[in-house]
Design a binder for this molecule. Sequence first.
Ligand code: BGP
Length: 475
Amino acid sequence: MREDFLWGGATAANQCEGGFRAAGRGMALVDVIPYGKNRMPVMEGRMDYRDLPEDTWYPGREAIDMYGHYKEDIALFAEMGFKCYRFSFSWSRIFPTGEEEQPNEEGLRFYDGIIDELLRYKIEPVVTLCHFDIPLHLVDKYGSWKNRKVIDFYLNYCDAVFRHFQGRVRYWITFNEINMLMHLPFMGAGIRFEKGERELQVKYQAAHNELTASAYAVKLAHEISPEFKVGCMLAAGSVYPYSCRPEDVWESIRRDRETYFFIDVQARGAYPAYARKLLRQEGIQLEMGPWDTKILREHTVDFISLSYYNSRCVRADGQGEASGGNVFASAKNPYLECSDWGWPIDPLGLRITLNALYDRYQKPLFIVENGLGALDELDSRGKIEDDYRIDYLGTHIKAMMDAMEEDGVDLMGYTPWGCVDLISATTGEMSKRYGFIYVDRDNQGNGTLNRIRKKSFYWYKEVIASNGEIIKQTV
Ligand code: BGP
């Protein structure tokens, strides 16, 4: 293993910070994503949050109150030996409506606190600029990423934080799981469909605006500091054909391209032929600025980051049992076990995915999310023996190391998701836990918020201390 490998953990403001009204923060998209049966319709952009009943519970507003606990949490990350920590800025904490010209100083000060604390422990910050987190004002007034104007607001925000944090932050990610926009458009990109709108037209326009914003952000970052490394981020997971029937194989290629599309643009700098065809066939007209093509071509990303939870599987005939999984459902793969939430578990799929991405792009990769959402129970001694999580992570780390050492994939680091328990993005539950650190809080928001080290905490500490050697001996 390379000596500079970035072992760490990942979170996002929208699922852990809370403090939704603190220090001048403006309302954000996450603040209006409810718990319960209305969550999906809102996340899909089919229900307007303004129509939600008054007694609705919004778990993201308080989350695990990392706003008030970050020092304690970072001390625990340091105790595990983290080399880096991936987290996101809440855009509306820095630009409360998104339209201000100058940043909210108190918002910047909050992130100064986090970053200085990390650097004190020699933990490298990796910052996601937008992780399902958009000022609500931009959603309601402009229609979020449907509107080109939002590119300017985003760049104004990027400009402020690049300048403010230069010298302290080196790694930036422009958008979390940019392809989420196609599946959960409101959660992914603040997109709500109005009557009469063509969904595909709206989605591809929003995608174009985000891709352009991302390329401009790369340009800006490189102008501000030659030290900056800027990455894109994909919800990854290779799509397998259900059988060797050519129709199934073809369907798997088609589905893979739905995700590759974004990275093809961000890493290779142009719309691929299959995407140009699709736009034409679907009659989609993109509103483009005069410089977009040039900006996309000249400002590709420095690295490709990805989340990997599971592989996917498809059948051309659409028959058979379905399976859950990150971002979208697919056909049930009979060879794989599933998590408590029905997501397939496929460590070799991680090696397959890493190889596919590296073959295609030849740019450094960074796994910025991976993990097992599971039910954790405190035992009679108040401890959590999460061997299932150790198994999941151990086998995935082994697959990742094989990709690096056997296959030559260039991988910068590994930050498992939800290193401290946080709110689930898809379900809003607290009980879907990923962490090495347990947080005492339930789905209704009750609990002390106390942090407790799980068994996996001590295990991951050893993994990092041995730079992965113990994985080779034990998995
Ligand atoms: C990814 C998101 C994360 C995270 C993770 C796990 O899609 O980037 O924000 O939540 O998935 O998903 P969930 O929380 O639904 O289990």
